[in-house]
Design a protein around this ligand. Structure first.
Ligand SMILES: *Cc1c(COP(=O)(O)O)cnc(C)c1O
Length: 398
């Protein structure tokens, strides 16, 4: 048995998107900038995909710029808002301590270029309030960028409330909605979102494609110079099959959002209930206000990497947090941001589900995880020290 429980890292492409892409690669291979009919067929497919995405997001097609994915969209959003601010002498940016690295590393760069960045504290459940944002805004603030849902611990942030505050104060509000898109409702007008990033491979679309929505009037800074594609804001011949695949997958995801969420969150809650019974374990993220598919735990006395390797042998593909930080020995910045100490932040497990997971798979995970945790503890010197009282537990038993 192979169980895929790492849907926050990427998802398997859905049948509908795959079919649409194959069709497109075979028949719609023209360059949409060409004036002849073969080019214009590609331009039409591009326009249809743009209209479809815009309708689902509640914006105008002209407000969408296709990018190579979430990272590029985040980079372009932050740079653009920063440049707009700079021209008005506003160089203060507000974000949170647990954003994706595509946001945090761009903010670091902007700091080096003279911007001031306030990273809001996300508390122990991993959220910020609209009040916190309001209190942090100064006359110098040019941008608030707060993620819709966190990719590691799944907490959902009060985006619409933050949107209202930003609108009132005349500050550009960007949200990294990469984990939310296709899983949580989005309407950029109703939620007062000025800029939004999403990525197809997180909702069963292809990798290497995403988009940046930017409200009319927000002038985008190009990261890639060249031709006049995407209204001059993103040079390079458009990847029509990928764009069509994204639009198809997004349509599917949005069309089944409620029923998927009900199914997935029921499996999630079963996992959370079961894994909570492991001694000295703790759930990370908000217990209620979380992504339907996200489960994230810390287990005391073990090391996340070994846990993942042994789970893989048990047929369970999981992660210890962000795919972007695996391979580095630093504990997750997200777990540190919610106040988990280093020693337990290393022993984390993220299981992220999708509608293709089954109850049988959940049963299997519920057997495999306690077994592997128990085994790793039995060979862990740290666990022995905890048991003999040489070391104090960080996660106390309730
Ligand atoms: C995956 C992810 C990204 C990056 O998206 P890519 O398309 O892989 O570049 C950005 N933000 C969040 C929250 C993500 O989960």
């Amino acid at each position: 048995m192979k169980i895929y429980a790492d849907n926050a890292a990427t998802t398997k492409i859905c049948k509908a998107a795959l079919t649409a892409m194959n069709e497109c690669m075979e028949h719609v291979w023209g360059n949409p900038s060409s004036l002849h009919t073969i080019g214009q067929e590609a331009a039409e497919a591009l326009m249809r995909a743009r209209i479809s995405m815009a309708r689902r997001l509640g914006c105008d097609p002209s407000e969408i710029t296709f990018t190579s994915g979430g990272s590029e969209a985040d980079n372009q959003a932050l740079r653009s808002a920063a440049m707009i601010g700079k021209r008005k002498g506003k160089t203060h940016i507000i974000s949170t301590a647990f954003e994706h690295h595509a946001v945090l590393h761009t903010l670091k760069r902007l700091e080096q270029e003279g911007f001031t960045v306030t990273l809001l504290d996300v508390g122990s459940t991993g959220t910020v309030s609209a009040r916190q944002v309001a209190d942090a805004i100064t006359p110098e603030t040019c941008l608030v960028t707060v993620m819709y849902a966190n990719n590691e611990i799944g907490s959902i942030l009060p985006i619409a409330e933050i949107g209202v505050i930003c609108k009132e104060k005349g500050v550009i509000f960007h949200t990294d909605a990469v984990q939310a898109a296709g899983h949580l409702p989005i309407n950029v007008r109703e939620q007062n979102i000025a800029m939004l990033s999403l990525s197809a491979h997180k909702f069963h679309g292809p990798k290497g494609i995403g988009l940046l929505y930017a409200q009319k009037g927000i002038r985008l800074t190009s990261l890639i110079e060249g031709g006049a594609q995407e209204r001059g804001k993103r040079a390079g011949t458009e990847d029509i099959p990928a764009i069509v695949g994204m639009a198809t997958a997004f349509d599917e995801a949005c069309g089944h959002m409620e029923q998927n969420a009900a199914k997935i969150s029921a499996m999630r809650d079963r996992l959370i209930d079961g894994l909570s019974k492991i001694p000295h374990s703790i759930l990370n993220g908000d217990p209620i206000n979380r992504l339907p598919g996200n489960v994230n735990f810390c287990f005391e006395g073990i090391e996340g990497e070994s846990l993942l390797l042994l789970l893989d042998e048990e047929g369970v593909c999981a992660s210890s947090g962000s795919a972007c930080t695996s391979g580095s020995l630093d504990p997750s910045h997200v777990l540190l941001a919610i106040g988990r100490p280093h020693e337990i932040a290393h022993g984390s497990l993220r299981l992220s589900l999708c509608a293709e997971n089954t109850d049988e798979e959940i049963d299997h995970i519920l057997r495999a995880v306690p077994k592997v945790v128990e085994y790793l503890r039995s060979i862990s010197p740290v666990w022995r020290d905890l048991q003999t009282g040489k070391r104090e537990y960080v996660i106390k038993e309730a």
